[in-house]
Design a protein around this ligand. Structure first.
Ligand SMILES: Nc1nc2c(ncn2[C@@H]2O[C@H](COP(=O)(O)OP(=O)(O)O)[C@@H](O)[C@H]2O)c(=O)[nH]1
Ligand SMILES: [Mg+2]
Length: 411
């Protein structure tokens, strides 16, 4: 494999002066089965880091230098990764700090994990054998440990112990699945986004213990803002994953409120009674003495159910599934609406019948702890939960979802 070590630098002249010869002379000779490259991404460091790199480039041909404006660590890494993939055509990229906080002697161990089948190797400080600098002040330690726990909980991922490490090795086939142009951060938190997307792409993630060392030369560029941005990015990614589910719950809740509202309005203004009158004439042949009160409440429940169906359809189409299932023309929309409605027809009948019979058997109201509650509402709720939702679930899976999936493939 061809592997590029990406070294982002900003004022790291002293460090790079030692780092590059160490990599070339001591580390790379240990890695016999791969072609190793160094890609320095320098953002016009005032201390002339780039000059130092250029002088090494005369001696070693596997060094590349990318120069640009300082727009954040994430931005520098994205530039480096794109170059490594598109121009150097490497098979894996390593994220590695130039300041000796990552120990170059750990590099062969990370590569070995890749050889054994990993897609994304993390140099991990939080597994047995790994550590953070003991010189760190207590709040930096706390923030690092807490940040990790936070990420594990928000992403519900308890398999990975170090989610914020900056020492990683990733197969480019997985980096290609990350939308590098739209990361949620251009700074330190970029790595949260890449990790998130690589996990989602089902990469085999392996952790290798590392000791995160204290800086020898130069200054850290990480700021308080960067640390807090990571919490924001992690949360945003977590919500993003569950967005559909959250939307689904909101749509269902809204549908339910609209259902009850429509049911009560049609019953209370007498509209349901009016329709029930017609129905009772129509069905008088089968039910000569149908009770118009319970029938009208059943009709009201039917209207409520239809209102919920329309509301769910509209919201799901234009909101929950708007990204996967765009409706392009109105005829298409009407056909879909009709289809959706006809597959839901059974649930309207079920709810109408349940309320009709319920009121017939139990009467209009029930007194619960001094509250007078209409029987129709007490009937409709369990009917939705135990009959309508399971029935719709089956129908969606067998009919609606199936056609959507076929359509998606043919697109
Ligand atoms: N090119 C580039 N490199 C950066 C930038 N910010 C930090 N770095 C480099 O990224 C590595 C890690 O940064 P550092 O400040 O040590 O972060 P810390 O280890 O988390 O304190 C070092 O090699 C820095 O020189 C930046 O904006 N552009
Ligand atoms: Mg550092």
């Amino acid at each position: 494999m061809r592997i590029a070590i990406i070294l982002p630098t900003y004022n790291e002249r002293e460090n790079i002066k030692k780092m590059i010869p160490l990599l070339e002379k001591k580390i790379f000779p240990q890695i016999k089965n791969h072609q190793m490259d160094i890609l320095v991404v320098d953002d016009k460091s005032p201390d002339q880091t780039a000059e130092q790199v250029r002088s090494f480039m005369k001696k070693w041909k596997n060094i590349k230098l990318l120069e640009g404006d300082k727009k954040g660590l994430g931005f520098a890494y994205v530039r480096g990764m794109k170059h490594a993939i598109e121009d150097m055509k490497v098979d894996a990229v390593m994220e590695f700090d130039a300041d000796f906080q990552h120990d170059p002697r750990d590099i062969p161990r990370l590569i070995k994990a890749l050889d054994k089948g990993a897609d994304h190797v993390i140099g991990s400080r939080y597994i047995k054998g790994g550590s953070i600098p003991k010189e760190w002040r207590i709040e930096r330690k706390f923030l690092s440990i807490f940040g990790n726990l936070f990420t594990r909980f928000i992403w519900l991922n308890f398999n990975i112990h170090d989610m914020t490490s900056g020492f990683k090795l990733t197969k480019t086939s997985f980096i290609k699945k990350v939308d590098l142009d739209n990361l949620f951060s251009n700074n330190f938190a970029y790595k949260m986004h890449i990790l998130h997307d690589v996990i989602k792409a089902k990469a085999k993630v392996v952790e290798v213990p590392i000791k995160f060392l204290e800086r020898e030369n130069g200054k850290s560029k990480i700021s308080k803002k960067d640390q807090f941005e990571s919490f924001y990015v992690v949360t945003r990614l977590g919500i993003y994953d569950r967005k559909r589910f959250v939307k689904f719950l909101i749509v269902g809740g809204t549908g339910f409120l609209i259902q009850i509202l429509t049911q009560e309005i049609t019953i209370n203004v007498g509209f349901a009674l009016f329709i029930a009158g017609f129905i009772s004439i129509l069905i008088s042949y089968f039910f000569p003495h149908s009770d118009i009160n319970s029938l009208s409440q059943g009709v009201g429940a039917g209207f409520g159910a239809e209102a919920a169906i329309l509301s769910n359809f509209m919201f799901n189409n234009f909101w929950t599934f708007s990204d996967t299932n765009k409706i392009k023309d109105s005829s298409h929309f009407l056909i879909k609406l009709f289809k959706f409605n006809s597959t839901s027809f059974a649930s309207i009948v079920i709810q109408s019948l349940a309320v009709w019979l319920g009121v017939k058997v139990f009467g209009d109201n029930l007194n619960i702890l001094g509250y007078i509650i209409p029987i129709r509402i007490l009937i409709v709720i369990p009917t939705i939960i135990f009959l309508v939702i399971p029935l719709n679930y089956i129908i969606y899976n067998k009919i609606i979802w199936k056609t959507h999936r076929l359509k998606k493939i043919s697109n």
